[in-house]
Design a protein. Structure first.
Length: 195
C-alpha cells in the first residue's frame, strides 16, 4: 500500500513537474513570475498540509496521495528547472544558425538534453516521497508502512518500528537502484566525471 501511494504521488508529481520545469526554464517571463511562487511553496513542509488535506479531501486515499504529490512535485520541478538552465546555449545558437525553428530546437536539443535531469528529478522526488510517507500516512491510514510504524509506536513495539523503518529504506533503495539503471541506459551518452 505504501509503495502504491508513493508511486502514485511520484507519477502525478512528475507529470506536472516536467512541463512546468520546461516552461520555467524555457521562458524567462514565466520564470520571473512562477519562480518565487514555487520557492515559497517548496519551503512549506508537507506535514503542515495534513490538517488542510483532511479538511478538503477527508481521510481517504486522496489526502495521502495529495501530500505525496505535493512533496514530489516541488522537489522535482526545482531539479527540472535547474537542469534546463544548465543546457549550454552554444547548442541553441548553432541550431539557430543552421535555421532551426524554436519548436525544432525545443524538440531536438532541449528535450533530449533534459532527459538526464528528468531522471534525476524523478530520483529526488522518489526519495522525498518516501521521506514524506510516514507523514502522509498520519491521515488515518489503516494500511501501509507509515501506519504500521504509527500503530507500533502507540504500544512501544520497537521491533515493528525498526522493521517498518528498514522496509522503507530497503524499498526506497531498490527503487533508486532501478531508476539509476534506467538513467544509465537512457542517458549513457552524457559525459560524466568519474574518479
Amino acid at each position: 500500500m505504501s509503495t502504491q501511494r508513493v508511486l502514485l504521488g511520484l507519477v502525478l508529481g512528475m507529470i506536472v513537474a516536467v512541463p512546468v520545469g520546461f516552461l520555467i526554464g524555457w521562458y524567462r517571463p514565466v520564470r520571473r513570475f512562477v519562480d518565487p511562487l514555487i520557492n515559497f511553496f517548496r519551503a512549506l513542509p508537507p506535514i503542515a498540509l495534513i490538517p488542510l488535506a483532511i479538511v478538503y479531501f477527508g481521510i481517504g486515499e486522496m489526502a495521502k496521495v495529495l501530500i505525496l504529490f505535493y512533496a514530489s512535485f516541488f522537489s522535482a520541478v526545482i531539479v527540472m528547472y535547474e537542469g534546463m538552465t544548465q543546457i549550454s546555449p552554444v547548442y541553441v545558437r548553432v541550431a539557430r544558425t543552421l535555421g532551426a525553428t524554436d519548436m525544432e530546437i525545443f524538440l531536438k536539443i532541449v528535450v533530449p538534453m533534459s532527459v538526464p535531469h528528468m531522471l534525476t528529478a524523478m530520483r529526488v522526488a522518489l526519495g522525498v516521497g518516501w521521506a514524506t510517507l510516514v507523514a502522509a500516512e498520519l491521515v488515518a491510514a489503516q494500511q501501509g508502512l507509515g501506519a504500521m510504524i504509527q500503530n507500533a509506536s502507540s504500544f512501544f513495539d520497537l521491533r515493528t518500528i525498526y522493521l517498518g523503518i528498514i522496509c522503507i529504506g530497503a524499498i526506497a533503495l531498490l527503487m533508486d537502484v532501478i531508476l539509476r539503471r534506467i538513467s544509465d541506459h537512457l542517458a549513457g551518452w552524457q559525459e560524466k566525471i568519474t574518479r
